[in-house]
Design a protein around this ligand. Structure first.
Ligand SMILES: Nc1ncnc2c1ncn2[C@@H]1O[C@H](COP(=O)(O)OP(=O)(O)OP(=O)(O)O)[C@@H](O)[C@H]1O
Ligand SMILES: [Mg+2]
Length: 80
């Protein structure tokens, strides 16, 4: 199981596309850095992964649980 799986995650603010079809996986135990210039969409991505901002489209799973549909069950969850 991937620690993080992101599939075509997109966030639009009106005409501005802040995150455009982001797709990636992070394996368990892997260190992953999110690097980009000012306004690249890093914080928006993290907000969507944390479940505090809804994506415009796309999906994300943390430890196999869908952030939008199963986000509550992730709070307090451990990876062990
Ligand atoms: N709530 C919002 N409403 C409208 N536009 C937003 C909102 N949040 C972010 N944006 C815009 O979305 C784009 C991505 O912003 P974001 O904050 O995700 O970038 P960042 O990579 O975290 O930048 P920085 O390195 O400056 O922290 C920027 O153009 C920003 O102005
Ligand atoms: Mg930021």
């Amino acid at each position: 199981m991937d620690a993080i799986k992101i599939d075509n995650l997109t966030k639009r603010f009106d005409a501005m596309i802040a995150v455009d079809g982001l797709t990636l996986t992070v394996s368990r135990g892997e260190l992953f850095g999110l690097v980009g210039s000012d306004g690249a969409g890093k914080t928006t991505t993290m907000r969507m992964l944390a479940g505090i901002m809804d994506p415009s489209s796309g999906d994300a799973w943390i430890m196999g649980r869908h952030v939008g549909r199963e986000g509550e069950s992730l709070k307090g969850a451990s990876d062990t």
